[in-house]
Write a protein that binds this ligand. Sequence first.
Ligand SMILES: NC(=O)c1ccc[n+]([C@@H]2O[C@H](COP(=O)([O-])OP(=O)(O)OC[C@H]3O[C@@H](n4cnc5c(N)ncnc54)[C@H](OP(=O)(O)O)[C@@H]3O)[C@@H](O)[C@H]2O)c1
Length: 279
Amino acid sequence: MNSHSTKPILVVGGSGKTGRRLAERLTARGVPPRMASRSSEVTFDWTDKSSWAPALAGVGAVYITYYPDIAVPGAAEAVGAFASLAVANGVKRLVLLSGRGEEEAQHAEQTLIASGADWTILRCSWFSQNFSEGFLADGVIAGKVVLPITTVAEPFFDVDDIADVAVVALTEDGHVGQLYELTGPRLLTFREATAEIAKAAGRDIGYVEVSTDDYLAAVAAEGLPQELVGLIAELFTKVLDGRNAHLTDGVSRALGRQPRDFADYARDTAATGIWERKM
Ligand SMILES: NC(=O)c1ccc[n+]([C@@H]2O[C@H](COP(=O)([O-])OP(=O)(O)OC[C@H]3O[C@@H](n4cnc5c(N)ncnc54)[C@H](OP(=O)(O)O)[C@@H]3O)[C@@H](O)[C@H]2O)c1
């Protein structure tokens, strides 16, 4: 454990996919997490700078997740401004959740580094949990996953592994100045990932490809906010061009073990019953 371990650790986005898993792990290590988001007791809102300093008071370190996505315009400025405020308030130990192959995400990483923080960057590939806790979950449950045409494979990454890396980065020595590029152990296309889920869940789940334009029009009509429509457009037209279709050693560097495989994620998630068809 490092010297920050007795003070609370601020978990920005504490109710999110990675934040709540990190909070469980911090608590198990006897380090109090301070959950921070718009709905938590300690209010934190990326769009309201006046909420930032009170959330930082008395903490020893911060886990930063930006919302809605580290790749949207303005994310880098916000992350840089928040990191600089933290450092000015004496909180130097900052761990940022970032994304792979995204210009704005890599810009956000630079603003974190420029803040003078003792930084660690977790640069992650697509979360496996997008299929169970994110925008693909409804399609899986309905038995039909619809996505833009893509044959590019992705090394889907289990968010439990993100929390495992984050907790050691925040509470143990040896992680300052490390950029961990985090991928799963296997490349899968979205079609193959859907097939693995169908097998694990023991049911038919179709996979339908449509043009990117048709897909974006459909999700916009369903009420997805415009900035997220823009983000999905960027992901499928730009980021999913093969630039991320390779494996990295980030998990073994940080944890000394291999990352969890998508099949393990699919098996364990199916066992929770979350993918059963709703009557
Ligand atoms: N999904 C992926 O595949 C993937 C891959 C790599 C990196 N990432 C990055 O991971 C981060 C989290 O993405 P996610 O979609 O997985 O999110 P998520 O887990 O669904 O978490 C959203 C969290 O952000 C909070 N939040 C929402 N609006 C906020 C605001 N204005 N100010 C402060 N907190 C706010 C939410 O709580 P409240 O509603 O209470 O505010 C919640 O705690 C993003 O930066 C994304 O770029 C995602």
